[in-house]
Ligand binder design. Structure first.
Ligand code: ADP
Length: 360
């Protein structure tokens, strides 16, 4: 490992609990549209923090406020201990150098080689050529592209281009890396390799990463904490396993639709609100409370009280996140309550979705 990596990693450990970003009641309006409507949040040094939300929720405006590309109308934006909200453009520039940024479409200069692209932020800073090329080589090594120094972006794959983007973002030794949909243009396999690189850099350098994405899988696989933004407000925030395992708002549940088990459509289609042969219940359980043989115990306590219909157990941040759908015979209405009570006593969240009108 080269020297700058180990020094940064040691520094990161010592500062582990410090907030690197602190936003307080940040507001930004475009005409009648409140793009940011009172955002308060903190990001700790060394963590990977995800921001998710539907299109138009305010994610880009928020990330642009973090690097000073967008001005907030009001509120405080502390980055690395400084309130940047009131800084003049000139004062912002040195701070921007402390913030690396990667983009969905890489934003590489096609007329420059890979090493020139990576060294560009250092050139702008006035770093001498041998030193900046040396740094570019170190970074190429870090992102696994040592053999591409003299290549031009056009000859690279999407994943390789994003590796160059990452190397360039790290050139000036930023304290913070902002990622704006950095994997959205990549196929699933390349996405996985870029995410694993980001995680690796986060660990090795202790670099804080803030990422905005519409891809829940990105958050699931590398983020420590996540904030859900809707109509310019944070509607939910917490550790990823906790938010994904127990989403509190309809917005979050809808965003997570693709990565949480859903009741199969043909069953949903025949659900009735009032009557049917079986009640269909969703059962959610996450984290330390999800340990143990829940359904085996339920079966022992209340024989023949249910059958499993659908679902499974995921693991996020090494925590189990379980979501099942069960069917409970409707002939004895008390059974449903007994099952629900048993599961609730074991910390599961239970919801009756309706009655299956057509189960043979
Ligand atoms: P997201 O990144 O979550 O899709 P944005 O931050 O781009 O959301 O947008 C939030 C809201 O602010 C949207 O209603 C968008 O139309 C509006 N908005 C963003 N930037 C501008 C702008 N430069 N001018 C006018 N409206 C804007």
């Amino acid at each position: 490992m080269n020297s700058f990596v180990s020094a940064a990693a040691i520094g990161a450990k010592a500062e582990a609990a410090v907030d690197i970003i602190r936003l307080s009641d940040v507001r930004r309006r475009f005409g009648e549209t409140p793009a940011l409507d009172g955002i308060s949040l903190t990001v700790r040094k060394g963590e990977i923090f995800g921001i998710i939300g539907r299109s138009g929720a305010g994610k880009s405006t928020l990330i642009r406020c973090l690097n000073g590309l967008e001005r907030a109308d009001s509120g405080e934006i502390h980055i690395d201990g400084r309130d940047i909200a009131g800084l003049a453009e000139q004062e912002l520039q040195p701070l921007r150098r402390r913030i690396g940024m990667i983009f969905q479409h890489f934003n590489l200069l096609s007329a420059k080689t890979v090493e020139e692209n990576i060294a560009l932020p250092l050139k702008i800073e006035g770093v001498a050529k041998p030193e900046r090329l040396q740094r570019a080589r170190e970074l190429l090594d870090l992102v696994g592209l040592s053999d591409k120094a003299k290549a031009y972006p056009a000859s690279l794959s999407g994943g390789q281009k994003q590796r160059v983007g990452i190397a360039r973002a790290l050139a000036a030794r930023p304290a913070l890396l902002l990622s704006d949909e950095a994997t959205s243009a990549l196929d699933p396999e390349t996405t996985r390799s870029i995410l694993s690189l980001l995680k690796d850099i986060n660990r090795k350098l202790g670099l804080t990463v803030v990422l905005i994405t519409h891809e829940m899988e990105v958050i699931r696989s590398i983020a420590d904490r996540v904030a859900v933004i809707d109509a310019g407000r944070i509607v939910e925030e917490g550790q990823v396993w906790s938010v994904f395992g127990n989403p509190q708002t309809a917005i979050t549940r809808s965003l997570l639709g693709s990565i949480r088990p859903q009741l199969p459509e043909h069953i949903t289609a025949r659900l009735s609100a009032e009557t049917g042969s079986e009640a269909i219940l969703s059962v959610d359980l996450a984290g330390p409370e999800a340990q143990g043989a829940l359904f085996a115990d339920l079966s022992a306590a209340l024989p023949h009280s249910f059958r499993l219909v659908h679902g499974g157990i995921d693991h996020i941040q090494n925590q189990p996140v379980a979501r099942f759908f069960i069917a409970v015979p409707a002939r004895d209405p008390r059974l449903q309550d007994q099952v629900a009570q048993f599961l609730t006593a074991r910390s599961a969240r239970v919801e009756v979705l309706g009655y299956d009108t057509d189960h043979a």
